[in-house]
Structures are given as C-alpha cells and as structure tokens.
Ligand binder design. Structure first.
Ligand code: ADP
Length: 542
C-alpha cells in the first residue's frame, strides 16, 4: 500500500519559490567586482532568476544543456544558481584558479553552451575562448556600460542587457527530481579532472541536511557569509540552504583578504561564516596585530583540509567563536561529517572537549561511513584502528559524468581516498589522503599531525609534510615551512618544538624553509608540486 501524501519532486526552483514567498524581504548583500556593496532581497533574486530562465529560453538552450560560470560569490551568480538549474539546464561552475588548459578541457568535456563570467576573468576568457568549441554565447556579469569594447570575445553581451529584455513572468517547469542540476569537476591532481553531476534531489536533500542544528545550524536569525567559493562544490551548498532557511546572505565577491572579510563580517552583522583554513589564516593574521574583535560572529565551519588545532583554539579562546570542523569532498556535494559534541560530553573538562573538536566529526544523516582494510574488510570503530574511508548516501556520486574512470564504487560504497579512524561515538578523524600518508618502518605517520604541530609554532605561517625515501625506513617525514613575515625560527628550534608533542619516530627528520607553500585551485596544499620542488632534496640522515 502506498502512502497517501502529496507527491512533489524536490526541485531547486522550489527553494527560491519558498524564499520569495516566505522570507521575501530577507537581505542578500554582495561585495561586487566593481568594489561597491550591492543589496537586495530574496524577492528581487527570485524575480531576476526568472528573467535569467527566460533569457536562456531566448538563447534556445535545450533541457539539460550545460551553462558555465567563471564567477565569484555574488548576487548574479546566485541568480544563475536558480535560473539555470530551475529551468532544467545544468549549472557548470568552473574553478577560475585551475590552469587555462584544464579550463578549456573541462568546458569542452562538459560541452558548455554559454559562459557567464565576472569581469575579473575577462583575460582568462580571452585566453581560452578560441579553444572552447562548444560555447556559443559569452555573457559578462556586469552593467551594460561596463561591457568591455573590442574584447575579442565572440558574441559578448552584458548580463544586465540580457535579462533586462526579459519578462519576470515564468513558471518553473516540473520534472523528475533525479534530473541533473549542477556539476563540478574535481581538481584532478592526478589525471584529467572528473565531474560530479549533482541532481535536484541530491542538492535539495543536502540543503536540508546542511541546515540541521548538528551541521551548520542555519536559520532565519542568521547572517551568513560563505567565503567558500560558489565556483567549487556549490559553496558547500550554502546558496541552497540559505534559500531554505531565509537567512541573510552576505557574499564577499573577489575580496578575500583578511581586512575585507573582517570589515564585511562586522558591517553586515555576520553570525556564521564558512571557509577553508587558508582563508581564515588571513583573517586571523589581520585581526591579531590590530587587536580586533568580532561583535556578532558566533560560529564558523572550517573544512576542505584539516583545521589546525591552533586555529580552533584561537577562534574559541581569543574570539569566542565556535569552530565546527567539517569533512567532505566534491563527490559528496560536499558535506560528509561535521564536529559537534553530544549531550553526554557536556560535563567533560575543556581539554577533553577540545580533543573531540579536533576530529572531523560525526556523519550527517544521509551519509554512511565505514573504514576498511586493504582486503575490503570493515575495521572496528575504536578511535585507533585506521583504514580506507568508504561512504554512501543520496548525495554521493554513483558515477562520474560521461562514465569517466569507470565504476568508482566498491560493493556500493564510494572509496574516498582518505584514511581515517572512527571512534565508538562515531567521530571520524582523518589521518591523511591515502597518497600522502608516510609509511615509515611498517608504521604510518599522518602528515596532518606533523603539520598541525609545526603551525602551532608562533613563527610558522604554513607547513606541509611529505615523505622522502629512506634506505632503512622506506620513508621518513620532512616538513617544509613558510615563516611568518618578520618572524624567525631555526631548523633545530622547530624540531625541538616537536619534543613531547608526538612520538619520537613521528618527528620529522628535517625542516626545509621555503618562501611559500604551493597551493592548488581550492586553496589546499599541493603536495605534488612540493614534491617536485624538493625532488633533489637528500635527507641528512640517509
Ligand atoms: P579537490 O582536491 O578536488 O578540490 P575536494 O575539494 O573535494 O577535492 O577535497 C576533498 C578532500 O579534501 C577530502 O577527500 C580530504 O582529503 C580533504 N579534506 C576535506 N576536508 C577535510 C578536513 N576537515 N580534514 C582533512 N582533510 C579534509
């Protein structure tokens, strides 16, 4: 017997319709590429999203055609999130930090028909458009009077002119909720990038889950700043969860330096912000010397790479901001786990609570986790046994776009490429990427643990640990360090700093000082490049 409740597909258009009808006057504030601050409401955004949908019809785009963006976090990008997906096309957010060759490659692979771009990316578009053979229309996300003349980009029109000609009357179509809504290519540190193809259903379920109290805890009382980019994994789904909750939304545009982000947090009364550790490092680096404080910021979700304990302590003790450590990946839409404490932890001493907060957290309902050994056998949840982390759930990839890379699943589970432990309470701790873990004398050393200790040293700005071949131990860890400007630490001082903080055999064999740690397109340490930089390096002990 079937239930007798109404059946309504979970569609992305439903989110913006809800926001317009029930939280229409909630604000959306954007720092623009032009440098000024733009304000309007969900009601305005919904209306302009419908104009976008009409404009795409006018461009004769078919159902499921791919529409690409090269854009910062801002209101026009938000309108595209809804106008493109809501009308049944697929929003392909391209990461502008990727190499030009990769951008051209993925635009062709996705068979993008239209490219919307912020003016800051005009030089990039000029460099790649001749190679993007499927793109027929280029839209600069600006006012008509800002449209560059003689840019050399074919069929270039301004966003404002495109939508001004359109009616805001539009009925969002209804279709199967499993239809593709957006896509995002993984950064592809090895081989060609592969695309995760999200659906309306997966994105809506993820939006519900992300808003839960034990996840981002978003509500209509919040002012939310996604510093995480809308060009990578849908800004962790915040543009969808925001419309679902009716929170105030604050978009930082291209200004991600500590000063700009701090000023926006203060001027817009931001209560919740989401970002990767490298961005928060810039924020804290700006605040500390000037002795600045937050007036309203209460929570921040930090993920994308391991959040150093020193950062959690700084936010919590110096600024009274709760850090929620999160783990996920492109293939998971991206949220997998988030770290909040349980009722039974309430009476624990602060130091014990901190030990839990450092972990990547518990699975969100909708995500199942397991750790397995090399033979695929499930390993115990004891907090010490580590294994390959496998996941499954309704917002986790089943297959990559166009079947690239074959069937990624192992017995129905997606192997994440991460290694971790899970404790008896279900808290996941990521030890490492499986390719970065250091295998020393039959034992494994977590490069994350080695890095976390180094960045706790006051003179260290950033640190990256890699394994180097060793005749006796197979591999030994070394740590590459970029110092804070004007600060100093010697090799021996830093190695001494490790004593008592970790087992002796886990202390790196050497310290290599570098001007800057190489970062990839998503702000993560690019260990492949670091290994290349240090290819002639010889261990002092080897
Ligand atoms: P890409 O490298 O393609 O940008 P993602 O942005 O999807 O990929 O990154 C996913 C990976 O980032 C995870 O598999 C994991 O290795 C790492 N990661 C994400 N969050 C955390 C975290 N909180 N702690 C440690 N590693 C993390």
């Amino acid at each position: 017997m079937l239930g007798l409740m109404q059946s309504q597909p979970l569609l992305i258009s439903g989110l913006i319709e809800f926001a317009e009808r029930h939280n229409g006057d909630a604000e959306i504030v954007s720092r623009r590429v032009e440098g000024d601050v733009h304000r309007y409401t969900y009601r305005d955004a919904a209306k302009r999203s419908r104009q976008v949908a009409n404009a795409l019809d006018g461009l004769k785009l078919a159902f499921s055609d791919r529409v690409a963006t090269l854009a910062w976090n801002g209101y026009r990008h938000f309108e595209l999130y809804y106008g493109v997906s809501g009308s049944g096309r697929v929003l392909h957010t391209i990461n502008p930090r990727l190499h030009r060759d990769q951008i051209a490659w993925i635009a062709n692979h996705a068979e993008d028909q239209v490219l919307f771009f912020d003016l800051s990316f005009l030089p990039l578009v000029q460099a790649v458009h001749a190679r993007c053979t499927s793109i027929k229309h280029y839209i600069a996300m600006c006012d008509e009077d800002k449209l560059p003349k003689d840019s050399g980009v074919p069929n270039l029109i301004s966003y404002e002119k495109l939508i001004a000609a359109q009616s805001s009357d539009y009925s969002w179509p209804s279709f199967d909720e499993n239809t593709a809504s957006s896509m995002c290519y993984t950064s592809g540190t090895t081989g060609n990038p592969k695309a995760a193809l999200y659906s309306h259903r997966s994105s809506t379920l993820h939006a519900y889950a992300a808003a839960l109290p034990d996840v981002m805890n978003l509500s209509a009382r919040d002012s939310v700043l996604p510093v995480v980019p809308m060009f990578h994994v849908n800004a962790w789904g915040i543009p969808y969860s925001a419309a679902l909750t009716g929170c105030k939304l604050v978009f930082p545009g291209p200004a991600l330096d500590g000063k700009s982000v701090y000023e926006l947090i203060e001027s817009e009364g931001v209560t919740f912000a989401a970002g990767v550790p490298t961005v928060w490092q810039m924020l804290l680096g700006h605040m500390k010397p000037a002795n600045l404080r937050f007036s309203k910021l209460k929570r921040t979700v930090i993920g994308g790479s391991a959040c150093p304990p020193a950062m959690i302590t700084a936010f919590q003790d110096d600024y009274k901001v709760e850090v929620l450590h999160a783990w996920g990946m492109t293939e998971m839409s991206p949220l997998g786990t988030l770290c909040t404490l349980k009722n039974k932890h309430d009476a624990l001493p602060e130091a014990e609570k901190m030990k839990i907060r450092l972990k990547q957290g518990r699975a969100i309902y909708g995500v199942d986790l397991k750790i397995v050994d090399a033979g695929g056998k499930e390993l115990p949840w004891d907090g010490t046994t580590f294994g390959d982390l496998h996941v499954k759930g309704p917002w986790i990839v089943r297959e990559y776009f166009k079947g690239e890379g074959g069937d990624p699943l192992v017995n129905g589970w997606f192997p994440t490429g991460d290694v971790g432990t899970i404790d008896a309470d279900g808290y996941l701790q990521i030890t490492d990427r499986s390719k970065d873990v250091i295998k020393s004398g039959g034992e494994w050393i977590s490069s994350i643990d080695v890095e976390n200790i180094a960045v706790a040293h006051p003179a260290v700005a950033m640190a990256a640990c890699i394994g180097v071949a060793h005749p006796k131990w197979d591999e030994r860890p070394i740590i590459a360090v970029a110092k804070k400007p004007g600060m100093d630490v010697s090799r021996d001082e830093l190695l001494k700093f490790y004593e008592g903080k970790t087992a002796k055999w886990q202390i790196p064999d050497d310290v290599v000082f570098v001007d800057a740690i190489p970062l990839g397109a998503t702000g993560k340490i690019l260990k492949t490049r670091l290994r290349e930089m240090l290819k002639d390096y010889k261990l002092p002990t080897a």
